[in-house]
Structure formats: structure tokens, C-alpha cells
Design a protein around this ligand. Sequence first.
Ligand code: GTB
Length: 210
Amino acid sequence: MPPYTIVYFPSQGRCEAMHMLLADQGQSWKEEVVTIDTWIQGLLKPTCLYGQLPKFEDRDLTLYQSNAILRHLGCSLGLYGKDQREAAQVDMVNFGVEDLRCKYGTMIYRNYENDKDDYVKALPGHLKPFETPLPQNQGGKAFVVGDQISFADYNLLDLLLIHRVLAPDCLDNFPLLSAYVAHFSARPKIKAFLSSPEHVNHPINGNGKQ
Ligand code: GTB
């Protein structure tokens, strides 16, 4: 039995970064898919700490909140910087990813048709902070903090990949971020995951918008 169980809707959403992390780290996990029909029956929601998914189990530890799950995996699998200073920087990047993910989610789920164009216009300003640290880290050939991979890298990679689906040329003026995505996506286990049916056939968002 794999030690990890992920309970979530049939979309990539808030779980794709953890899927990439686990796949890249050679971990296995069990997936429990909750359909929208099951969710709206209402029995599961009150059992979830914040009334939402994902739910994550690591043996007898149950967690909610996707970023707590990523951080837990970061701590347990050695993906949280080499020291406390780097851990703080990993957190900083991860919170930055969360801020943009929330803006993206609002646009996708609230008013995609009206808001998409303005969102894409404002995107360069939101992507710039992720490019800024890369020159210190081998110009996109390494990781977002220091010289070792962290949970924030997987979250950032997922964020950049979903934005490239939304706006295919959004990274064109960010050479370091483009190199980062290319280099990261070429890691053998990430490459295999990104071309797997589990990823390819899984809609990015629950409402079909992307
Ligand atoms: N801060 C939390 C985290 O990071 O884990 C946010 C979790 C969250 O927003 N969960 C959403 C949820 O449980 C799913 S992600 N929504 C149900 C509810 O609140 O009752 C977004 C999402 C929405 C809808 C679908 N869908 O219809 O398939 C999939 C994903």
C-alpha cells in the first residue's frame, strides 16, 4: 500500500503540483476521485476540516490545505532548501505562487469570458517576480531557490504550465522562466508524468475552462 492518499475532484487544480512532486521523487500514491455528483450530495463536505478538498493522508496523518500538504512533503522528502534561510526563500516563492494561483482561480471560476483578456494583459507584471531570482540560479538551469529542488519548484512549474495553456506566448519575453520550464519539464520523471494519461486526460480546472 502506498503511504500517501490524495482525495480530490477529477481535475488537476490544486493537486497537480503534488502529483508532479511525488512522481519526480519516485513516490507512489493512491488517488480517490470525488465526482461533482458525490460532492453535491453533501455528505463529504462536512467531514473535511475546511469544507474543501484536497484531503491528503500520509499514513495516520490527515492534512487539508494544498500548501500545507506541499510543505509537509517538502519537509519529509528533503525539498525545503539546504538551511533555514533557503527554507524562508522557498516559502516566499510558494506564497507568491499561491497569490497568482488565487487570481487565476478567480478569473477561471468567476467570470472567465469577461476577465480573461484583462488577466492576460496584466500577466507579465505577475510573472516578473518569478524570473527575478533565476539569474542567481544558473539562468533557469537550476531551481528557484539555491541549488536544490524544493516543493516551491513543483508549484511554480505547475503554475507556469497552466498559464502557458491560458496564454501560449506568455513566457516568450521571459527567457529565464522559459529555460526553467524547458529544463524542469525535461527531468525524466517529470517528462514521463507530463505525457502520461493521468496528466494529459485530466482537465486543468473543474469547470472545463483553461
Ligand atoms: N486553500 C485551499 C487549498 O489550498 O487546499 C483551497 C481548496 C479549494 O479551493 N478547494 C475547492 C473545493 O473544495 C476545490 S479547488 N471546492 C468545493 C467547495 O468549496 O464546496 C477548485 C475546484 C472547484 C471545482 C472543481 N470541480 O467542479 O470539479 C474542481 C476544483
